[in-house]
Design a protein around this ligand. Structure first.
Ligand code: ZN
Length: 365
């Protein structure tokens, strides 16, 4: 039973490939952060060796296959293969969630994958490699990976997930079957929150709207209240910074670096949220109130929009975009935040009063 929500077309495609035994040797799942790439990659990995829909594998590689007790291909989460894989103890599944920043070690990792993928599976039908954050692979690592992609053993399936194909070699992209995930609608996310997290309909609706299409974030926030609190704190830091003096801004940079435990991924998420909020201000300045994404902030955004012009907000957007780029390029996070604080336009006292309008925050699940 697939738990991925909001990506029905992708699931149908995979189910049909699995049932016809026409699985690609490599998939590349792309889409924005928290859209569900990693969940889909893991589910496909389980499905490939799940015994519930395809029976236990026979001793011989090409031996007769037992009649499947269940018709629909997918992960069951219950058979011994699925349970072992979930516990990280399935010998034919390797999951890489994060790549080291040391270039030479990445190459070693890729080479060991290349070597192991040439061996027959120990228990399952396929050797499966789930490589998340593939956009972080260095060019030499991608070149090393190409060897596995170009001459794959028939029993190998590589599942790559990346936010964008732009960081990948065109030859890597072209060797994979690409599955592009788009942000699901708020309705789809709300139903998933009800089904998978047991939220009441009204609670699910508000959280779905807050998530702005990031279904993974919404599901996490439903079970972890600190995510909503952090989101609110991150937005307060931005409005404070826009109205603050330089010395106060440096304090904010320091607090932000510590709130987000300083990890580039978490700081990047904060900056992404800031960008969304600033774009919303721009939309309201342009009179497009109904297109605001951070709808829970509408009151504060409208108040702010009355005190700024679009040129100032564009300057702020540009400063945040530059900081994001710096954080993503592994430049010292704290330094990137400090430079951002120097570049952000100062919006003065009127702005600060306007921005302190308390936003409506829905209760977390
Ligand atoms: Zn299973």
């Amino acid at each position: 039973m697939w738990r991925t929500r909001g990506h029905d077309a992708a699931i149908e495609l995979l189910k049909s490939s699995l049932s016809q035994d026409r699985v690609s040797h490599a998939y590349l799942i792309t889409g924005p952060d928290h859209v569900g790439k990693s969940t889909l990659a893991r589910e496909l990995a389980l499905a490939l060796n799940c015994a519930t829909w395809q029976g236990e594998p026979q001793g011989s590689l090409f031996g007769a296959v037992e009649p499947a007790p269940q018709a629909e291909p997918g992960p069951c989460y219950e058979c011994s293969a699925c349970r072992k894989a979930l516990a990280g103890a399935y010998p034919d599944l390797l999951l890489v969630e994060q790549w080291t920043t040391e270039g030479s070690r990445i190459i070693d990792q890729i080479r060991s994958i290349q070597y192991a993928s040439g061996l027959l599976p120990y228990e399952g039908r396929r050797k499966v490699y789930v490589l998340l954050q593939a956009h972080d692979l260095t060019l030499p690592a991608q070149n090393a990976l190409l060897k596995t992609l170009e001459e794959p053993a028939p029993t190998v399936c590589l599942i790559l997930a990346a936010t964008t194909t732009q960081a990948l070699l065109p030859t890597v992209v072209s060797r994979c079957q690409q599955i592009q995930l788009r942000a699901p609608s708020a309705e789809v996310i709300a139903r998933a929150l009800e089904d998978l997290r047991g939220l009441e309909a009204s609670e699910a609706d508000s959280l779905a709207k807050l998530s702005a299409g990031r279904i993974g974030w919404a599901l996490d926030a439903a079970s972890d209240g600190t995510l909503l609190k952090n989101r609110q704190a991150a937005l307060e830091f931005l409005t404070q910074a826009l109205g603050a003096s330089t010395s106060r801004r440096f304090q904010i940079a320091e607090q932000l670096a510590s709130v987000a435990t300083g990890s580039p991924e978490e700081v990047d998420e904060v900056l992404e949220l800031w960008l969304t909020w600033l774009r919303d201000v721009l939309l309201v300045v342009a009179g497009l109130h109904n297109r605001v994404v951070t709808a829970d902030q509408l009151q504060a955004i409208e108040a702010v929009a009355g005190h700024v012009d679009s040129r100032t907000i564009l300057a702020a957007i540009q400063a945040v975009q530059t900081a994001r780029w710096q954080v993503q390029s592994s430049i010292n996070t704290r330094m990137a935040l400090e430079v951002l604080m120097l570049r952000l336009p100062t919006l003065g006292n009127d702005f600060q009063k306007a921005a302190s309008t308390p936003p409506a925050v829905p209760a977390s699940g």
